[in-house]
Design a protein. Structure first.
Lengths: 134, 126
């Protein structure tokens, strides 16, 4: 009897079997990008610290920024940032009551994804135009 | 802002405690961040690739300085609120939740301070 009381109760399968609606996927993506951006913010605070330092610190910063992997991560971070920002605006519209109908929510979700990719591509092409590419 | 009537307070009736405040803070900081982020990232685009001096001069302008510092503060505040929701949603072991929330608060406050003070140092570099 005691053994049965201490064993944790079983939970019926949920994520393993249920196909999440599109809106649910955009929602969890909003949370994941938010968390990833939090990590990125901590890293950027270190970069700012380097920027505020002396010439040697600036050289270290440039060494980091010149590395291809860091650039790739920055591009991913921008993508995450644009997605989170655009989806955040979508959330703000929901908060005042607009766009709750399922077809509208699905369309705005797709618009957010397309917008995020487009703006990130535009932004980084501007950066590469000014710095001469990867 | 406490909208509870005195009788509700006395009866200890249904309260979201800090929930409403938290929700409003996230929304307001999002709106601020949308505008500030736009300014900061477009500003960054204007100095990228031009070397250290260009960045220092851009930051030295009072408007840019104010917006960058408020962007940084807002970022870490928004981040703290968001992560708080995540921790409260997924961690149910009480001691672990408390330690996680405390660590989160420390990380956000200290990274926030590091960023803001670095930004101010750049602003006042001469």
């Amino acid at each position: 009897m005691e053994d049965r009381q201490r064993r944790p109760r079983p939970l019926s399968p949920h994520l393993q079997v249920y196909k999440l609606p599109f809106v649910a996927l955009t929602s969890i993506a909003h949370r994941i990008t938010g968390a990833a951006l939090g990590v990125a913010a901590v890293v950027c605070s270190y970069f700012l610290l380097l920027l505020a330092g002396d010439e040697q610190d600036y050289a270290t910063l440039i060494a980091y920024l010149d590395c291809v992997y860091v650039k790739a991560l920055l591009i991913l971070a921008s993508l995450g940032f644009m997605y989170h920002a655009l989806n955040g605006i979508r959330h703000l519209f929901w908060d005042v009551g607009f766009g709750f109908e399922v077809p509208t929510a699905n369309k705005s979700g797709i618009a957010v994804i397309i917008g995020a990719v487009a703006i990130t591509a535009l932004y980084w092409s501007c950066i590469f135009a000014q710095t001469g590419g990867l | 802002m406490n909208f509870r009537t005195p009788i509700a307070r006395v009866r200890g009736l249904g309260t979201a405690k800090h929930g409403t405040e938290h929700y409003l803070a996230i929304n307001i900081s999002s709106i601020a961040l949308a505008g500030l982020g736009l300014w900061v990232f477009v500003g960054f685009l204007s100095v990228v690739g031009e070397g250290r001096q260009a960045v220092l001069e851009w930051m030295a302008h009072p408007l840019n300085a104010v917006l960058v510092v408020s962007f940084l503060y807002n970022t870490f505040y928004h981040m703290m609120l968001g992560f708080q929701v995540i921790i409260e949603d997924y961690i149910h072991t009480e001691w672990l939740k408390i330690i996680s929330l405390m660590t989160l608060r420390f990380v956000c406050i200290y990274c926030g301070l590091i960023s803001v003070l670095s930004a101010l140092k750049i602003v006042f570099h001469n």
